[in-house]
Design a protein around this ligand. Structure first.
Ligand code: TEU
Length: 552
């Protein structure tokens, strides 16, 4: 048996609640808004909804700074709304995956407020404190949002560690009492009926700041095994860890089934191929298709039987894929479908980020003030103060800013794209008049129906789940093609990644049957020995082999 888990066939839909659907006209999306759209998610076919954090928070980092793990933020609703969401989702056979941020809390969390009071407070050791070194920061560790990772607490004269903003102090996982608190809160939410956890920056919890170790610290896997023991063992709960530090060499440590840690991880290697190596993601470089083929193939092979891939192009931290690696003007529909096909054909669990399924794009700001994310504001400040080229900066922001993912969901053509009848917390992308759910549902050739078909195929064609991945390795500069093979049955996925016509020869003598399951151009004639592909064309072919050839 190549898979045995209830979620192996699942597709996960990510909701960024703030920007999804507003039910009470305060300009911010909420849980009741999500409830009204459950039928939409069901129509798409997703099995699990991952909701970005909805806990009590001062929202310095849009909820990734939790001040009460047991409470729902009133901005999003209340506990009975959440319970109703769980139950109405369950009625539709949809599970709810909670996003838990347990590497750090908000500085407004009770634990931190207490911890700050004195060095001998009961909660002091829940966080990471160090004495100044030569009247300055303990060392030169940097925060991911700019500046030092250490902040001085005037009252006690010590510095605390924060790998994100200073309002997000890092928790001290070395402390067993802290770990027990975390297990308790996770069990609480399982008791409420959640069927999954997305664990924010989980590869950081084993940090050793004195040795400047951030990711993959020495006790990381011990903690995850303890979590499995104390929380996950025997429960119908799927976990996916966010791990920017994962490589093909350490990924199995997180998710090889026998290790009893997590079910899947998000690794980010493929999504960083358009930055200058060794520099930050704001330092742009064109994506080379062959780099993408190599990286995706490497991960497909590495996780074969030794873990399970999560498949994604997008999330709330990443720009819109159609603007990034597709074409968000002339070929928006074709390229969005091609990118979807390329990803959903692979082995693993696909994630769809809200709006991706209708081909939502990055937004063009009127002024730089339209960027409101904490990380984007920091990079603007930093780059301007170091005298950067402003045109380059604008290009980098358009292509990479997290804000791009966070503009409100485009439901229809009405005021504020049907997201809210109030004033939206963030401006709606001006293209909502022609990119919206209402139009997508009316058009049988829309990006939406292509996604829906891909989700359906995962349920009906076993090969999508179990087939082994084989790259058609020809170094073609425009075409990414691969097989998913099981015995004499295979899928052949062929994608033209660029906006030009191109050709490929995939002639094989051992094909006895070939059927097209999905394409993004109408009425195509396929000749595998001389296949001409239209701009961004994508095909999913089902083939039967006679066993006399070599599939590779
Ligand atoms: O993101 C992890 C993270 O490291 C991000 O800073 C990421 O590198 C960057 O945003 C890429 O654009 C998680 C959450 O997904 C993010 O929203 C939070 O801001 C962050 O953790 C802190 O909790």
């Amino acid at each position: 048996m190549k898979y045995q888990n209830w979620w192996s066939k699942s597709v996960i839909y990510q909701i960024y609640p703030r920007s999804f659907c507003d039910s009470d006209a305060d300009g911010i999306g909420d849980i009741r808004g999500i409830i009204t759209q459950l039928d939409y998610v069901k129509l798409l076919g997703a099995d699990i909804i991952w909701i970005s954090p909805i806990n009590e928070s001062p929202f310095v980092d849009n909820g990734y700074d939790i001040s009460d793990y047991y409470a729902i933020s009133p901005v999003f609703g209340n506990m009975s709304d959440f319970e109703e969401l769980i139950s109405k989702a369950r009625d539709r056979e949809i599970g709810i995956m909670l996003d838990i941020v347990i590497n750090h809390t908000s500085d407004q969390h009770y634990w931190f407020k207490e911890a700050k009071k004195s060095k001998c407070n009961k909660y002091r050791d829940y966080y990471i404190w160090r004495d100044p070194a030569n009247n300055s920061e303990p060392n030169d560790l940097r925060s991911n949002f700019g500046g030092s990772a250490w902040e001085l607490d005037e009252t006690t004269g010590q510095y605390y560690l924060h790998f994100y903003s200073k309002e997000q102090p890092d928790l001290n996982w070395e402390n067993p009492e802290l770990r027990s608190e975390i297990w308790a809160l996770m069990n609480y939410w399982i008791g409420k009926g959640v069927e999954g956890f997305r664990l924010d920056v989980i590869d950081l919890i084993g940090k050793r700041p004195d040795h400047k170790i951030k990711e993959n610290g020495p006790r990381l896997h011990e903690y995850l095994q303890e979590m499995h023991n104390c929380v996950l063992e025997g429960k119908k709960v799927v976990t996916v860890g966010e791990t920017w530090g994962a490589t093909v060499n350490n990924a199995h440590l997180f998710c090889a089934p026998e290790r009893k840690e997590l079910d899947m991880i998000f690794q980010f290697e493929h999504i960083q191929l358009d930055k200058i190596p060794g520099k930050s993601r704001w330092d742009l470089k064109e994506l080379e298709l062959n780099d993408l083929k190599n990286t995706m193939s490497k991960w497909q092979r590495a996780m074969n039987g030794n873990g399970w891939n999560s498949l994604f192009w997008n999330n709330h931290d990443l720009p819109r894929i159609v603007s990034r690696w597709g074409n968000d003007t002339v070929y928006r529909v074709e390229s969005a479908k091609m990118l979807a096909t390329l990803l959903h054909g692979m082995k693993g669990t696909p994630f769809i980020y809200q709006g991706e399924e209708i081909g939502m794009t990055n937004f063009l700001p009127k002024t730089r003030d339209d960027y409101i994310d904490i990380e984007t504001k920091w990079i603007i400040r930093e780059r301007l103060s170091s005298g950067c080229d402003e045109k380059e900066l604008e290009k980098a922001l358009y292509l990479k800013a997290r804000d791009n993912a966070r503009t409100p969901m485009q439901w229809d053509n009405s005021l504020n794209s049907g997201f809210t009848t109030g004033t939206p917390w963030m401006n709606v992308n001006r293209n909502y008049h022609f990119i919206n759910v209402h139009l997508a549902l009316e058009d049988k050739n829309s990006v939406f129906y292509h996604y829906k078909k891909l989700v359906e195929l995962r349920k009906t064609e076993h090969l999508f789940v179990i087939g082994d991945y084989e790259l058609v390795s020809d170094n073609h500069p425009d075409i990414y093609a691969y097989y998913r093979i099981h015995g004499l049955d295979a899928l052949l996925i062929i994608c033209n990644f660029h906006n030009i016509k191109t050709e490929i020869n995939i002639r094989r003598d051992d094909i006895v049957f070939c059927e097209c399951l999905l394409s993004n151009y109408p009425d195509r004639y396929y000749n595998l020995s001389n296949l001409e592909l239209q701009p961004y064309e994508a095909l999913v072919l089902k083939i039967k082999l006679n066993g006399e050839g070599n599939v590779k």
